[in-house]
Every structure is written in C-alpha cells, then in structure tokens.
Design a protein around this ligand. Sequence first.
Ligand code: BJW
Length: 242
Amino acid sequence: MNERIEEAAEIIRRTEYLVALTGAGISKESDVPTFRGENGLWRNYNPMVLATPQAFAENPKLVWEWYTWRQGLIGNCDPNPGHDVLSKWEKQGFLRTVITQNVDGLHRRANSENVLEVHGNLWAVKCTKCAYRSRLSEPADGIPICPKCESYLRPDVVWFGESLDQEIMRSVYLELDNADCIIVVGTSALIQPAASFPLIVKQHGGKIIEMNIEQTPLTQHADVHISGPSGVMLPKLDSALE
Ligand code: BJW
C-alpha cells in the first residue's frame, strides 16, 4: 500500500494542474450514506421512485419526505479528514478544483472554495414552474411552496434523465481540459456523465489516481489505484507529499 501512496505522490509532484472528482464514498466517514453498496441508500429505497422527475410529478410528498430525512441526517454530519486534505491542497495552490457528485455540501464546509457541484445541493430548491431559486436553512416542512407563483418547489438536484447545469458543465470541461492529473475519490463510476470525466483527462495524456475501498469500472484506466477509506488514505497521501 505504501508503494501505491508513493507512486501517487510522485505523480502529484510532477502535476501542474490537479483536479479532484469525488463521490459519495468521500463522505462515508462523515456518516453520510452512499447510494450503492452495503447500507447504501438505493438498497432501501428505489431510485426510480424517488430520484426522477416522473416520481416527483406522481408523488411529491413522498419525494420530499425522502429529501427532508436526508437533510436532517446530513445537517448533523461534519467534514472528515478526507475533505480537509482536499481543502488544504487547494490552499497550498496545487489542487485547482473539486468536481463533486455529492449534494451534501461537505467540501464547502471543509473550506474548499473551488467546488463544482454537478448534481446540485441538498439545501437548494427551485420552482417547478417559474425561475425562482432559493436555499433552505433547515429541513423542509412538507412540500415547500414557491413564494412567487405558489407552485411546488423541488430539490435543486439532478435526477436521472435530467441534464446537468450547462454553466457548471462548461466549467467542468474547462477544468478537465486543463488538468494533467485527476484524483478520483469514492465514486462507483457508474453514473454518466461524471463517470467519463476522468477519461477526458486520460485522453489528452493526463494521469488518473483512483482512491476507493473497492474496484470500479474506472480501475482498469487508473495509473494508480489506492485501496482504502479516503478519510485515512488522503491524509497518508498528504503526509507522503510533505
Ligand atoms: C469509499 C468509501 C470510503 C465507500 N472511502 N471510497 C450514457 C449511457 C448510459 C446511461 C446514461 C448515459 N448518459 C446518461 C445516462 C443515464 C443516467 C445514468 O448514468 N444511468 C446509469 C444507471 C447508467 N444519467 C443521467 O440520467 C444523468 N443525466 C444525463 O446524463 O442527462 C442527459 C441524458 C439523459 C438520459 C439519457 C442520456 C443522456 C443524471 C444523473 C443524475 C444522478 N443523480 C444522483 C442523485 C442526485 C440527487 C440526490 O442525491 O438525491 O446522483 S444518482 C446518485 O448517483 C447521485 C450520485 O451523485 C451518483 C453517483 O454515485 P456515487 O457518488 O458514485 O456513489 P455510489 O454509492 O454509487 O458509490 C460510492 C463509492 O464509494 C463506491 O465505489 C464505494 O466503494 C466507495 N466508498 N466508502 C473511499 N470510506
């Protein structure tokens, strides 16, 4: 394992433009449940019932109950040493951007500033009819209503079958074009388009470092795979860089 850490550290030392792609696994040690795998959210809830626009149209109350439950849960979670290392690397100037699929907001709470939340944020809401957008300061109580047009508000997250925000995607692709290394932490690399982001870096000659407790479809493309929990392995990698 120390060998893999040293290999990754050597790549990072030679990197000029490092970006990170994170998924639910980086927040696992903050007690935020992942989606898939042991005790994952999808084990107990059917995503097609809860994370699609059709589901919201059919049963907004049920969908909001699920999101309110998660807001309550995540409101009590704090960033872990994995989030802290990425924030420290940004302050040190060699990590440019965190591209995250997570909606939990923990990267910003760990003081990372350049964060691109490609699947939205659990606390953000938008109107289902008009252009109104806002943020909740506490878990929703029932179905929140738009103050402008009185339609239902919905969580401002990206559900299956929905496009990702175009402006955010433009920034993502700029970062991927500039990157000569991407460190991919805690994602099953199953959900598109995020699963393909590391391959864009690879296609123009950049390196992929993957950190995960298991192998993923990305592992075969990774230059280094560090196996283990990111709350432990990112601090180890950080120490190796010092
Ligand atoms: C640890 C750890 C520790 C644990 N340390 N590691 C092309 C081909 C085929 C299908 C498609 C395609 N393009 C689009 C699609 C359809 C679809 C898709 O990808 N489907 C797949 C099933 C194939 N994609 C979409 O619909 C996307 N929209 C889109 O592309 O629009 C255009 C379009 C539409 C339709 C057709 C074609 C084009 C939108 C995707 C939106 C995903 N939304 C969700 C919900 C967000 C809101 C919410 O949170 O409620 O986003 S789904 C869910 O999955 C969530 C996550 O961000 C996302 C990724 O999950 P993640 O982060 O990887 O978590 P897990 O749980 O899967 O994995 C955790 C990992 O951590 C594991 O590997 C563990 O081992 C590891 N781990 N502990 C390190 N301590």
